[in-house]
Design a binder for this molecule. Sequence first.
Ligand code: COA
Length: 340
Amino acid sequence: MNILGIGRALPQQVVTNQQLEQILDTSDEWIASRTGIRERRVMEGQHLTGLALQAAQEALADAGIKGQEIDLILVATTMGDYLFPSLACLIMEDLGASCPAMDLHAACTGFLYGLQTADAFLKSGKARHVLLVGAEAITRLANWTDRSTCVLFGDGAGAVVLGTSEREDLLGIHLNAQTDSRLLYSLSPAGNNPFTKGHDDPSQGLVMVGQDVFRFAVGQSEKDLKTVAEAAGIPMDQVDWVLLHQANRRILDTVRRRLGIDPRRMPDNIHRTGNTSAASIPLLLWELYHSGRLLPGHILALSAFGAGLTSGACLLRWGKQPPSELIPADDLFEQPVQNP
Ligand code: COA
């Protein structure tokens, strides 16, 4: 499997911590020091379908591939604009594609689950090109009266076009799941069936036991990265870039310290994006690629974790030259938060 192209789309509306101070008992100081987040994008007057489509179109153009050449569309998402049809079906026509299409739900680990699924289609010969999009409007699920959760999330979409060549670039991948709906969940709509009584109330939105999720994320990410590096026979100090799911900068810092990773090899954009769930890793990868620092032959380690509980990590070799127009990205390497 090789990454042939990459695209992204972000909502126009920026919501800063200062804006949150106006509606919640919170402060920029608290949010920034506990999470690293300073602002996030929130969809307004837009649909997730439009964001996913825009990211996908950019990825196809970057790959030099036409929609008709896509054999499978996968969208990793927690919830599209519709419960059905899938987001993948909704973007297909505008891409000019005609192929199997489905959404894949593994919460914040969705992009890694998507990579593994795409790889299986490619390796089995069922597909020559797969479009994988991570697209989330997770702020729709947040409970905007709960200051301990709503400040964390943002919306966005990132996409990659995947194909094959003689050189295999997926050097290893490892996925996990375990049943635990207590730590992080959001109930689906109850509907108005008069014959079904006593269903749980979904109006509480997204619910999270923050410190337990924090512990899970740190421990699992460290374990997954070690597992995948060991299986591939590539020590972590030979990995050029480590991209973690952008959930909390204190999670990033703790994993970085435990694995002895140089901060200059671990970019983050959480201060601008917040936690965008399945879109988080492709959004960060897009920024690294457009910074011009990601070069052909570089090895990337990706690691994600989220509701389920799910987690996963992979090692990838990058094969693309930097794009012709670069976007300066010095703030991808901000100073870690103190006192994690
Ligand atoms: N602003 C101000 N105060 C806040 C606040 C906010 N936005 N959110 C919570 N607080 C308060 C709490 O009410 C609590 O007050 P108290 O001591 O008077 O009871 C205090 O801050 C400490 O709360 P606590 O929950 O212990 O903070 P924390 O250091 O664990 O940070 C999280 C909370 C949510 C930032 C942190 O647990 C976390 O990031 N967990 C992982 C979440 C995550 O990444 N989830 C997605 C994974 S995919």
